[in-house]
Ligand binder design. Structure first.
Ligand SMILES: [Zn+2]
Length: 527
């Protein structure tokens, strides 16, 4: 059974209504691990709905967390904001309402593209609205018991003045500079390093719960029943263990069902170290990967297994894997793990309500990578696809949309992450320098091709076979023939799959290109 269906069955035994919680502290660009978290949550929620459960997905932005330090991507002036809540710090680019919004907005927008339906909850708003009030009172009043739990379960000592609530200084606005001096509901009294003394009303956004008690508090007042989280929280004595005890003993309910996920590792990190300013964020990941394929990557991998994300060659293999799962789903291919792949394919759909009856037209991704580079417009890419062998009928609007999204992903990938080997520059005419370098054997190869290609059926396969057969017949190494074509089109000796490449050019244009190159060779000889 697919891992998400196993989770859904477990949830069914616990009840019919579920709240799946996910979230992030938006202190910087949202990293790829968080993409795994939200998609894991969405996939679990969908699997639960598929067996008749009611499941809602929420995303909690910890916007009221303090800025911990001046991160390398921030200007030095941000040192004055360290300790203030992210919701009360100015946005680094100037176009958002706050620092928190700056980092959250783009990520939350990307969730639409992925078909993730989620209710977004911002912690500073929840404090402002008093949603934390009762939980905070219970935490503060149960602080002796909580202290015991934290010390016993996590095995770490707590300082003498430890208090499970951090007041925000009403004078300097910081959360990390206050010391609690007293409590009398609803006020926590404090003294700040800035010299200010005051009181924070726990029913308002005048302070916050620290992480270890915040987690069980929100489980309780939001009614969270299932939550994916990174393995760092799952360690023995870690925050899930302590929060489970606190939610039981202070709030009298069970901890949510845990879905612990492993990290997404970026391959080839050396080449994209943050010192060079290239970091792959969750949004970047979506820009370079078609949305259904990104969902598929998360869906097909058990959360407990790590994922290698290779932004260079890996994308090509990933899309190929998705396309294969699609062929298996539609019964065109089989595999040992066919059932799991079919389910992963379903869960990868951006719109699960609309899986078409007939398999969408597949364009091999590697071909698309070439087409995007040699065809100046999307219309021409489409026209070429329709001319390609094996294509029948018309493209549906959904198919066109999918190809459009894939072209966008390919373009972004080519601009930032694609390996040199897949990049091609199509020259409008045979480049002079390359023509000079052709040499006798390659020139002969072009003459042979001018004849051989003039009357064959114009398909990628026929072109490919003809290049081999006609070259060999004339005693030419086929490798030289391939090189000759790359040289007169791209100015290099290597390139994309030639049969397909030439088929997209059209016969007349190919013959004309050969003619031009041969003329240039002649002209060169005379000179
Ligand atoms: Zn202060």
């Amino acid at each position: 059974m697919h891992w998400a269906d196993v989770v859904a069955e477990d949830l069914k035994s616990r009840g019919a209504h579920h709240i799946v919680a996910t979230g992030i502290t938006p202190s910087g660009p949202i990293h790829v691990g968080n993409m795994r978290e939200i998609l894991t949550g969405d996939i679990v929620a969908r699997a639960a709905r598929d067996i008749g459960l009611d499941a809602r997905l929420v995303y909690i932005g910890d916007t009221f967390d303090p800025l911990r330090k001046v991160y390398p991507f921030l200007p030095p002036e941000y040192s004055e904001h360290v300790g203030k809540p992210l919701s009360e710090i100015p946005c680094p680019c100037g176009s958002h309402n706050s620092y928190a919004e700056h980092f959250l907005e783009e990520f939350l927008d990307s969730l639409n593209v992925l078909g993730v339906e989620v209710e977004v909850l911002l912690s500073h708003k929840m404090y402002e609205e008093g949603r934390y009030a009762e939980a905070t009172r219970r935490i503060i009043e149960g602080r002796e018991r909580i202290r015991e739990i934290l010390v016993n379960v996590s095995g770490r000592d707590l300082p003498d003045g430890w208090f499970p609530y951090t007041p925000k200084c009403s004078s300097c606005g910081r959360l990390n500079t206050t010391v609690v001096t007293g409590y009398e509901y609803p006020y926590v009294y404090y003294r700040c390093r800035c010299g200010h003394e005051g009181r924070a009303d726990i029913r308002k956004a005048e302070g916050k719960l620290p992480w270890r008690v915040d987690w069980p508090a929100r489980w309780w007042f939001l009614g969270v029943t299932v939550e994916p989280f990174g393995k760092d929280h799952a360690a023995s004595g870690g925050s899930y263990d302590t929060a489970s005890r606190i939610v039981k003993e202070i709030f009298g309910r069970d901890a949510p069902y845990p879905v612990v996920y492993e990290w997404i590792q970026l391959k080839g990190k050396g080449a994209m170290s943050s010192s060079k300013g290239v970091v792959v964020s969750a949004v970047e990941m979506l820009k370079m990967t078609p949305p259904e394929v990104l969902r598929f990557m998360i869906a097909r991998t058990k959360p407990s297994r790590h994922i290698d994300f290779d932004p260079a060659w890996g994308i090509l293999n990933l899309v190929d894997d998705f396309d294969r799962a699609e062929r298996i789903y539609y019964g065109l291919e089989t595999a040992e793990d066919a059932e799991e792949l079919k389910r992963s394919y379903e869960l990868a759909q951006v719109n699960p309500e609309r899986i078409p009856e007939k398999m969408p037209h597949q364009v091999p991704y590697r071909h698309l990578v070439t087409l995007v580079q040699i065809k100046p417009s999307f219309e021409e890419v489409l026209a070429t696809i329709k001319r390609t062998e094996g294509f029948e009928g018309e493209l549906t609007p959904e198919e066109i949309e999918r190809i459009r999204k894939r072209c966008q992903a390919v373009k972004y990938w080519l601009s930032k992450y694609a390996p040199m080997e897949v990049k091609v520059t199509l020259h409008p005419d045979p480049p002079q320098e390359a023509v000079k370098m052709l040499g006798e054997e390659r020139v002969r190869a072009l003459r042979v091709m001018r004849e051989a290609l003039s009357s064959i059926e114009w398909t990628a396969e026929m072109i490919h076979n003809t290049i081999y057969e006609a070259s060999r017949k004339e005693g030419i190494n086929p490798k030289r023939t391939f090189e000759a074509f790359y040289m007169i089109y791209l100015g290099t000796t290597r390139g994309p799959r030639l049969g397909y490449f030439l088929s997209t050019m059209g016969r007349d244009a190919v013959l004309e290109r050969i003619e031009k190159a041969l003329d240039m060779v002649k002209g060169d000889g005379k000179g």
